[in-house]
Design a protein around this ligand. Structure first.
Ligand SMILES: [Zn+2]
Length: 292
């Protein structure tokens, strides 16, 4: 286990919010209780960019190479697939190239292929979830900038990139964003879904804090990551998955789009302002929401 002293986004100093003492890893189950080792866990925030994150980092190979959560198992996930597709159906056809980061059991890509016959590539480290789907290219591994260069060489750029419920799990989120920038086509869009920090604080979702979740994202942290990696946050939707998440749409910087750019940017900005004010208050109060 490694103790992180610097922010996973901007490398500035961290300040402790709360210590959870020692807890077991959530994906490990033992018949013999003695084998169930516990690890320290603490929640911190960056004094510079305010990103909230844990400091104790477990080797990702241990956490994600044999992963127990299968995307395709729950009906709720299929509903979310439908919702995602509703927003992007005009942009997907058989010529569309789709890439998914952390494709898990490949069920989202399979769903897209069945609907649109689009070209689909996914990457995921969980070897136990890899299924042989003839029409979907599945790569085993962790996504980062180095991997994005290999993928680009083999498949070229992508029109749509999805990263659903993965950003909170990674040690260096800048690697995900640089990789996205490298793989995204000039007019392409990347869609990131991640649990939202605000409901976690507001509704005291302490059960959302465990070793797999390294960072707790806000619209601000997504904006910061975009700015550091030559991407632009063009739209934000508040969605109900995982107790309240944000669905963020990213584009390459300096690309002019025909659509109502101003409106979608304004929505993102308004969400950001409201959230920023609330987060600032919560962090200053030691993360306790108002009693009323
Ligand atoms: Zn920071």
């Amino acid at each position: 286990m490694i103790f992180r002293k610097q922010c996973r986004i901007c490398k500035n100093k961290l300040k402790k919010i709360i210590s959870f003492n020692k807890i077991a890893l959530v994906g490990e189950f033992f018949k013999n209780k003695k084998k169930n080792k516990k690890y320290p866990l603490s929640l911190n925030y960056c004094v510079s960019c305010m990103h909230v994150q844990i400091a104790e980092i477990i080797n990702p190979k241990r956490l994600f190479s044999n992963y127990l959560w299968e995307t395709g198992v729950t009906k709720a996930n299929h509903k979310i697939f439908e919702q995602v597709v509703k927003s992007y159906k005009k942009k997907i056809n058989h010529k569309t190239k789709v890439f998914e980061i952390a494709s898990n059991d490949g069920s989202f890509l399979k769903f897209l292929y069945q609907k649109f016959k689009c070209q689909s590539v996914g990457i995921d480290p969980a070897l136990n979830l890899k299924k042989k789907e003839k029409k979907i290219n599945q790569i085993s591994g962790f996504f980062n900038y180095k991997e994005s260069k290999k993928i680009f060489k083999k498949f070229g750029s992508f029109d749509l990139i999805f990263a659903r419920n993965v950003l909170a799990h990674v040690t260096d989120p800048n690697e995900i964003f640089t990789g996205i920038n490298h793989l995204l086509a000039k007019e392409g869009k990347a869609i990131i879904e991640v649990p939202h920090l605000l409901p976690i604080i507001k509704n005291l979702q302490y059960d959302n804090i465990f070793h797999e979740h390294q960072g707790f994202h806000s619209i601000k942290s997504i904006k910061d990551l975009c700015e550091r990696n030559y991407l632009k946050l063009s739209n934000v939707e508040l969605i109900s998955s995982q107790g309240g998440s944000i669905r963020c749409e990213l584009k390459k910087k300096n690309i002019l789009h025909k659509e109502s750019k101003k409106v979608s940017n304004l929505i993102a900005y308004l969400f950001f302002l409201k959230e920023y004010n609330l987060l600032y208050v919560y962090l200053k109060r030691g993360l306790l929401p108002p009693l009323s």
